[in-house]
Design a protein around this ligand. Structure first.
Ligand SMILES: [Zn+2]
Length: 397
């Protein structure tokens, strides 16, 4: 017997610019909100189908649609499900049912959006398409750091200041979508955040005819990811095009482009754990990786948002948590073969890769030999972190 996901949403945002949807996937209804003062949110079936596709696949529900839904979106939906199932075989095959399939129409003049965090990928895409892009979208409640009280303001203020400087419109959206998706134990980085961005883009469809999603991989190193060239274009409708960007440049190439622009060196925000009031901590893996990138291209001293020095010990103690990280580390190692000092940094990165590999092997052995005590110890160490909920069920990458 089929089970169904249902959602209900208001016809228009309320006076505070808030759209709150009620979603029924399992027994108890849940609410997910989106709120912005910078744009008019247009609630639509495409947004909530994108938001609920992964949780519905997780539990095996078809998605019940009421009212009109884009014909183009429906045509792509099966392929979106196929891609997710190939990445996460534990997910179920589902369908969109009901609704009235119609081509979307728009006569409005609309702009070109970019999901912009201030990081390397989205900064590169902004500089590359800066004459075309009209709106910079930043999401509170999206990155893990923005879930903490007071951590999102610096990021949002920075994006507003970039938008002012470049003559763009900033759209700051607060949302609870990450918390909603996390409750279904979906891996955020490798998969789920792209569906969340797609939902937000559809809510902004009164303002956007096209939206860029900046990817983190190159043609040579494509891996499952929330933003992916096979997936991103399939979120579109007849009137809203999704474009994946950045496949031609590796991280060093992107940083080299960013280093040509002093403004970008003053807005760069890569950190997942910034202290209150700051854009970057200067100590975590992403900060150190980017500082090494900037050092390689000779621009670290000109970057005003990261420290200008790093020590080899901190680098050799970095955790290489997945194949994504290892690709980034190896790019830096290949580029650090010039001076003796650079080769020392490369050796520290190599030590981090080897030590992380040894730790992963020990964890895999412990998990296989003593699964019960391993899970208990892991819970004790990590507590109830969102990351654990998001990733543990699908520890494929
Ligand atoms: Zn950091």
């Amino acid at each position: 017997m089929s089970r169904f996901t249902h959602f209900r949403f208001p016809a228009a945002a309320d006076a505070d610019g808030r759209v709150e949807a009620t979603i029924e996937i399992e027994a108890a209804p849940e609410t997910v909100f989106f709120e912005t003062r910078d744009a008019v949110l247009q609630a639509c079936n495409e947004a909530f189908a994108a938001l609920t596709v992964l949780p519905s696949m997780r539990v095996g529900n078809d998605i019940q649609i009421e009212g009109p839904i884009s014909d183009a979106f429906c045509s792509n939906f099966d392929v979106i499900c196929d891609i997710y199932r190939d990445w996460l075989p534990a997910l179920h095959r589902i369908h969109l049912v009901g609704g009235e399939r119609l081509p979307k129409k728009s006569t409005q003049q609309r702009g070109v959006g970019l999901f912009f965090s201030g990081g390397v990928d989205s900064s590169y895409t902004l500089l590359k398409h800066k004459d075309e892009i009209t709106h910079l979208i930043v999401l509170g409640g999206f990155e893990r750091s923005s879930l903490q009280a007071g951590r999102f303001e610096s990021a949002a203020n920075s994006v507003r200041s970039v938008a002012r400087e470049l003559g763009k419109t900033a759209i700051v959206v607060q949302t609870s979508l990450r918390t909603f998706l996390a409750s279904y134990r979906l891996p955020w980085g490798p998969v789920a955040f792209g569906a969340g961005q797609a939902a937000v883009a559809h809510l902004l469809s009164a303002h956007l005819a096209r939206v860029y999603m900046a990817g983190g991989h190159t043609y040579a190193h494509l891996l499952p990811a929330g933003n992916h060239p096979l997936l991103d274009p399939r979120w579109g409708t007849e009137t809203l095009q999704f474009l994946h960007d950045g496949l031609e440049a590796d991280r060093l190439g992107k940083v080299r482009r960013i280093a040509q622009d002093e403004r970008a060196l003053a807005w760069l925000r890569v950190c997942g754990h910034p202290p209150a009031g700051a854009l970057n901590c200067g100590r975590c893996e992403k900060c150190l990786r980017t500082m090494i990138n900037l050092h390689v291209v000779g621009a670290l001293e000109r970057c005003t948002t990261l420290p200008h020095e790093f020590d080899l010990r901190s680098i050799s103690q970095l955790e290489v948590v997945n194949i994504n990280h290892q690709v980034y580390f190896e790019q830096n190692i290949r580029a650090l073969q010039g001076s003796a000092a650079d080769r020392r940094i490369a050796r520290a990165l190599q030590r981090a890769i080897h030590a992380s590999g040894r730790r992963r092997a020990i964890r895999r052995t412990a998990q296989a030999v003593l699964p019960g005590p391993y899970r208990f110890l892991r819970r004790m160490v990590r507590g109830g972190e969102t990351a654990q909920k998001e990733g543990e069920a699908f520890g494929r990458w």
